[in-house]
Every structure is written in C-alpha cells, then in structure tokens.
Design a binder for this molecule. Structure first.
Ligand SMILES: Cc1cc2nc3c(=O)[nH]c(=O)nc-3n(C[C@H](O)[C@H](O)[C@H](O)COP(=O)(O)O)c2cc1C
Length: 321
C-alpha cells in the first residue's frame, strides 16, 4: 500500500510517505536560505509530501529563534524557491502554520494563551487572551495561509499539537476559560480551530488542501482524552479539514516508555474510523516494512517518517525501491 497514490482534496499524492514537520532552527530572518532549500529538496525524491517545519503566523507567536516565519510578505520569494525545488522532484509540499501561545519565545513580545497557564516546565505564565486577541489570531492564520498559497505551497497545515496555542485551547489542563471558547465542552475547546479552518477555507478556496495536526491526547491526568477523537475528527472535517495529521498533545510527539512503531496508532484509528478524509500517522516509524504494516492494519492512510528521514535523505527512494 505504501506505493499507492492517494488524493487529499484535489491533490494527488504519488505514494503514502510523508516527511513530517521538523524544526531545524536554521531559518535566516524567518525565511529559508539556499542550504535549507537544499535540505528539503534532498528529501523530496520518492516522497509523496513534505510538510515543512512550523512557521510562526505572527511575531508574538514565535516559538524559538531562527524559526521560519509566515508572518509577513517578505518571506514569499524565498518560499517560492523552496516550493519549486521540492515540486521539481515530484513531491508535494505543505507549510505548517503555528502560533506558540504560552510557549512563545524569542520575539520579545509578551506571550498570550487561552488562560495564562504555563505549558510543561519550559514556559512562564502568559497573558490570558481577550476576544480581540482570538479574532486577531484567526486573521493571522488566514493571512499566513494566503502567503503560503502565493509562494506555491500545495497546501497548509494548521498546528494544533505539542502544547502550542491551539493545543492549549483544546486541552482542559490549559484552557480554563468560561466563555464560548471554554475548556469544559468540546464545542468550546474546538471553537477556535473550527473558526480558523472555516476562515482559511473561505480565503484559499474550496480546492486548496488544508491539514490539521491534531494533538489528539495529552496522556496526562485531567488532559484531553482519546474518547473524544471521533467527535473532534468529525468536527474538524466538517469545518474544512482535508487531512488529519495525528500526533500527541501536551505530552509532545513521543510517548514515555513506548517505542513501538506508530505509537499514536491508538489515536489515528478512531480518527480514521470516523471521517472520510485521509489520516496521517507519525511516530517511531523507521522502516518501510513498519510503514506498510500500519497501512495494511488500517491504522492510517499516510505514514510520517521523521527522524529516520532526517538521518537518511534517501529514505523514501530506498523504501519505494
Ligand atoms: C528536531 C525535531 C523538530 C520537530 N519540529 C516539529 C515541528 O516543527 N512541527 C511539528 O508538528 N512537529 C515537529 N516535530 C515532531 C515530528 O513531526 C514527529 O512527529 C516526531 O519526530 C515523531 O516522529 P518520528 O519518530 O518519525 O521522528 C519535531 C521533531 C523533531 C525530532
């Protein structure tokens, strides 16, 4: 199955292998330079889709220094070179759009988050967001998506995993709001995601692929639960998502003590069973046989290979054979 084509919205992917987003911390003033472009192009042969490392949508949402930016138009020419270099090798390329919320660092601006609650031990308290702040975040996601489209990206991915802003809204541990974006109901916890998906969809048009990286379970007491995945997956698909990219929530992208390939498959399965759109699974998959097995077992429609592809740029070429 690994070699089979698949369609995301109207975009045909040549197989099921995805390079997931992995921050390199090598962006030059927010834009990819020639060496970063070569790094991505080198991993494009025989890969179906490259999701480029997270880019901040506005300066106060920056996660770290030397992160890529999609926050203003100055970056568009550099991304245009990047997308051309990857597409020339037959891979599709998505931009991952992110706001770090309480995990924001590096811009010198105060961090904002749903309720001001720190995430993990790497963040200080942030300023609780007003309704104006929330509306502004949606506008920034839309503007960033339009820049990505203008730069030749085949689609965009909204980042809602690994403890960043949208994950902070989804998690009851970090969302203590009591308004329409409240942390007590699925409606409140997913409201901002749905507003962003709908607003981005309205701006980019119905044929442009939109993915969401869904941190589907926090694996923490009082955090988000896998029981909610069917309902939330349906809500995201209804709001305009074309691809569900499953990962962990506040726990991050690894699961302590668990090393079996595809460790989030218990999260991707309930997503896949409840939506018609493709589901991507990433985490601990390092061989073509492991990827094939997970596809055969119905755990997902697409497989992300992160660190193995980081180490071996020819991973996809060797896997496809
Ligand atoms: C160095 C590094 C940087 C990462 N940066 C991002 C990122 O920018 N956005 C994201 O959603 N995930 C990020 N991740 C998570 C990966 O996309 C992936 O989920 C994780 O590496 C697990 O997959 P793997 O076992 O195949 O490496 C990063 C992972 C690593 C190792």
């Amino acid at each position: 199955m690994l070699k089979e084509t698949i369609t995301v919205n109207h975009l045909k992917l040549r197989n099921r292998i995805v390079m997931p987003p992995m921050a390199t911390g090598k962006a030059d003033h927010g834009a990819p330079d020639d060496s970063l472009i070569s790094y991505y192009a080198a991993r494009a042969d025989a890969t179906a889709l490259i999701i480029v490392e997270h880019a901040y949508i506005s300066p106060e949402g920056m996660a770290h220094e030397k992160q890529l930016s999609m926050a203003d138009d100055s970056v568009i020419p550099a991304y245009t070179k990047l997308t051309a270099a990857v597409r020339e090798r037959g891979a599709a390329i998505f931009a991952q759009l992110n706001h770090a919320g309480a995990r924001s660092k590096g811009s010198g601006l105060p961090a904002i988050s749903p309720s001001g609650i720190p995430v993990r031990d790497d963040t200080a308290e942030a300023v609780p967001m007003t309704l104006d702040d929330i509306a502004h975040v949606t506008e920034c996601f839309v503007a960033a998506a339009l820049r990505a489209k203008a730069a030749g990206f085949d689609g965009v991915e909204i980042h809602s995993a690994h403890g960043y802003l949208l994950n902070q809204f989804y998690s009851p541990l970090t969302n203590h709001r009591t308004d329409a974006y409240n942390g007590q109901t699925l409606d409140g916890r997913t409201r901002l995601h749905r507003e962003i998906l709908q607003a981005v969809r309205a701006a980019v048009g119905k044929d442009y692929p939109i993915a969401i990286r869904f941190g589907a379970c926090d694996y923490m007491e009082g955090g988000s639960l896998k029981e909610d995945i069917p309902e939330v997956s349906r809500l995201f698909a209804e709001a305009g998502a074309d691809l569900l990219d499953i990962s962990g929530g506040l726990c991050g992208f690894v699961l302590n003590g668990i090393s079996q390939p595809g460790w989030f498959s218990e999260l991707s399965r309930p997503a896949k069973e409840n939506v018609q759109i493709p589901v991507l699974l990433t985490g601990g998959i390092s061989t073509a046989d492991e990827a094939e097995q997970l596809l055969q077992d119905g755990a997902a429609d697409l497989i992300g290979v992160g660190r193995a592809m980081l180490q071996n740029p020819d991973w996809s070429v060797q896997a496809i054979g």
